[in-house]
Design a protein around this ligand. Structure first.
Ligand SMILES: Cc1cc2nc3c(=O)[nH]c(=O)nc-3n(C[C@H](O)[C@H](O)[C@H](O)COP(=O)(O)O)c2cc1C
Length: 375
């Protein structure tokens, strides 16, 4: 692949889809989403559970991780290109599975998958996404992963596994941190029923995976050759379990603060999880909104990161062009931070580039978002 300076301009060219200069920064994209979205929908997407401590910690924890730059290195030819889940990505920032994605763009998951393909990254297609995986695959040739919610019996799961295989997915990702739905206070306050509309057909099967255990995961391992990821991992015990039962990928996540409150941020947990991974690929989400965040996670051993809320905000604010724009900003931020800490490629990054620092005094959760989403 040709990289260096051309890498930035290739992505920037993708962004020339028009109408995006209104979004010079990630902050402006988030504010654009707030303006574009109905209050209840904004709260559903942007909120956390209970006291929203996990949600806030996901951002605050990044402030405790500082850089240790090395000076006077040749950083003239920088690249963010990387192999993740067997696919060569131009930038290792993937799109997390979002079940309600059909609500934020007329072509929903199709639009997200197109952006992923055009920008050289990978999209996870939720079990509940609209349109579903087969229709998405008809539109795009780029790498896709299928996210499985075990919302039915083994036959029901088997059908979905076969669909993922037929679609040539690079992996099946089992979401394990949602045996029941978390306590979403904002939805209660707003009387928001997130299960209406296009993915209603999934509702019939909405017996969240209360009975799905590692035994079922073992069974899943036995019926497919596709690489398996376990999503929602926050402790080393589960990394070891996933490894022993034949998973290839550990997906560290606290569901963006949407499931259990009072969890550490995933970035704090990353060293423990990477240590236990024994060579499995570790990918991570929850709280990523800047290129520097991504660089930190990779320096701590993550193979790649995913964005959930930011993907939705960008799509809601500016459609496909908005999402391209968000990725281009993150990519530019990554290349800049890499230059300033003295690395030309992501493989050069390691714990030697990080140090623990005192957080700055900011206490809001994304740095620029009012905690309740504003009025
Ligand atoms: C609106 C919304 C819907 C989501 N739907 C799903 C889903 O269907 N399956 C799943 O595994 N995770 C789902 N998630 C969680 C994301 O995949 C991801 O773990 C989380 O958003 C990452 O944190 P971030 O939002 O801070 O980037 C959803 C997240 C949001 C914001």
């Amino acid at each position: 692949m040709g990289h260096s300076l051309t890498e930035a301009s290739a992505l920037d060219a993708d962004v020339e889809l028009g109408g995006t200069d209104q979004f010079p920064t990630i902050e402006s994209i988030v504010h654009g989403a707030r303006r574009a979205m109905r209050r209840d929908s904004w709260d559903y997407v942007s909120g956390g559970v209970s006291g929203e401590t996990t949600l806030r910690r996901n951002r605050q924890a990044f402030e405790r991780i500082g850089f240790r730059p090395r000076l006077l290195r040749d950083i003239g030819e920088r690249t963010t290109s990387r192999q993740v889940l067997g696919a060569r990505l131009r930038v290792p920032i993937m799109f997390a599975p979002v079940g309600s994605i059909g609500e934020y763009h007329p072509r929903g998951m199709g639009a997200v998958a197109e952006v992923a393909e055009e920008a050289g990254t990978l999209a996870f297609v939720s079990t509940a996404a609209h349109p579903g995986l087969p229709a998405v695959r008809e539109r795009v040739g780029g790498p896709l992963a299928f996210q499985l919610y075990a919302r039915g019996d083994r036959n029901w799961i088997l059908e979905r596994v076969r669909i993922a295989e037929e679609a040539g997915c690079v992996a099946i990702c089992v979401t394990a941190d949602a045996p029941v739905l978390g306590l979403r206070q904002r939805n209660l306050r707003n009387g928001f029923d997130f299960n209406l509309k296009p993915y209603q057909h999934e509702r019939a099967q909405f017996d969240f995976q209360e009975h799905f255990t590692w035994k079922d995961f073992e069974w899943l391992r036995s019926i497919t050759a596709l690489p398996l990821a376990v999503k929602g991992v926050t402790c080393a015990d589960d990394v070891i379990m996933a490894r022993e039962l034949g998973a290839e990928i550990v997906y560290a996540s606290n569901h963006g603060g949407r499931q259990l409150d009072d969890l550490p941020s995933t970035i704090e947990l990353l060293p423990e999880l990477v240590d236990a991974s024994g060579g499995l690929e570790v990918i991570v989400d929850s709280g990523f909104v800047h290129g520097a965040d991504v660089v930190k996670a990779i320096a701590m051993g993550a193979r790649g990161v995913l964005i959930g809320k930011l993907m939705v905000w960008a799509l809601a604010a500016g459609g496909k062009a908005g999402l391209h724009r968000a990725l281009a900003i993150l990519h530019h931020e990554m290349l800049t931070v890499m230059a300033l800490i003295g690395v030309a490629s992501l493989d050069e990054l390691g714990p030697q580039h990080l140090r623990t620092i005192e957080p700055s005094s900011r206490s809001d959760w994304v740095g620029f978002l009012p905690p309740t989403g504003g009025e």
